[in-house]
Design a protein around this ligand. Sequence first.
Ligand code: ATP
Ligand code: MG
Length: 254
Amino acid sequence: MIKIQNLSYRRDELMILDGINWHVNTGEKWAVIGLNGSGKTTLLNMITGYLWPTRGSIDVFGHRYGECDIREIRKSIGWVSSSFSEQLPGNQKVIDIVISGKTAGMRLFEEPNPDDIRRAEDILRSFDCLDLSDKRYHQISQGEKQKVLISRALFNEPRLMILDEPCSGLDLYARESLLQYVESLDVPGLIYVTHHIEEILPSFTHVLMMKDGQILAAGKKEEVLTDEHLTEAYQVPINLTWSQNRPWVQVGAL
Ligand SMILES: Nc1ncnc2c1ncn2[C@@H]1O[C@H](COP(=O)(O)OP(=O)(O)OP(=O)(O)O)[C@@H](O)[C@H]1O
Ligand SMILES: [Mg+2]
C-alpha cells in the first residue's frame, strides 16, 4: 500500500525527516506516535503528496510519486486532520461537507445529486449522526465534527484512511465513542496518529515510533510498545500495561 525508501526532508538548514524506510501492507492498521515536532504530520503530508521529499522515493498503491497523477491517488485516501477542519467554511451544512468528500474539495460547488445525498445520509446514519445533516458545521460539537470529517473521508470508499490526532479535544465519553467507530472502520489500510497510547485499539496491528525526524522503532505493536522504546521516545520513565487489549501507560518522575 505504501513503500517509502530512504526518504529525507530538509527545510532550510533543518533536517525534518531523515532516512525514513517504511512499508505499509494491505490489511495493516498502523498507529504513529512520537513527541511534538518529531515529524509525524510532515510524513503524512508526503504520503498525501502535499510535500515533496528532498531525497528518497514514495510509492502509494504501487505508483511512484513523480511518475503518476497524485490527484487520482488522493481520491483513494481519506484524510482527517485538525488543520483541515480549521480551513473548512463553517457555515456549510453537515450533509454538504460529507458530500464534498467526493471531490476532496473544501465546499460543494454544484447541487448534489440524489445518489450522493443518499450515500452521505447512509454514512452519517452509520455514525448515529443523521440528525446533524441540516446543522451548520460551526454549530456542532468537537466530537460531532470529528465524526462528520470521518464520514466525509469515507465518501469515496478510501483504500487508505489517515487520521491525524482525531480525538484531540474530546472528552472521555466522546473519545471512547469515536474510538468505537474507528475500531469498526472497514478499510484496507489505516494510519492513526496519536499522543495517547491507550488509543491504540485492539484492531491496530503495527506501530511506527518517531523521534527527531527518524524512525525509532517500527513493526508489530507488541514488539514496538515496550517500556524501553516508550521511555526513549518520550524521555520520561514509562511503564506499560495491557488491559482489554489496549496499552496503558504510567509515567514516572522526570
Ligand atoms: N512549514 C514549516 N516550516 C518550517 N519548519 C516546519 C514546517 N512544518 C513543520 N516544521 C518543523 O518540522 C518538525 C516536524 O513537524 P511536524 O508537524 O511534522 O511534527 P509532528 O510530529 O506532527 O508534531 P505534533 O505532535 O506537534 O503534531 C518540527 O520541528 C516543525 O517545527
Ligand atoms: Mg502533527
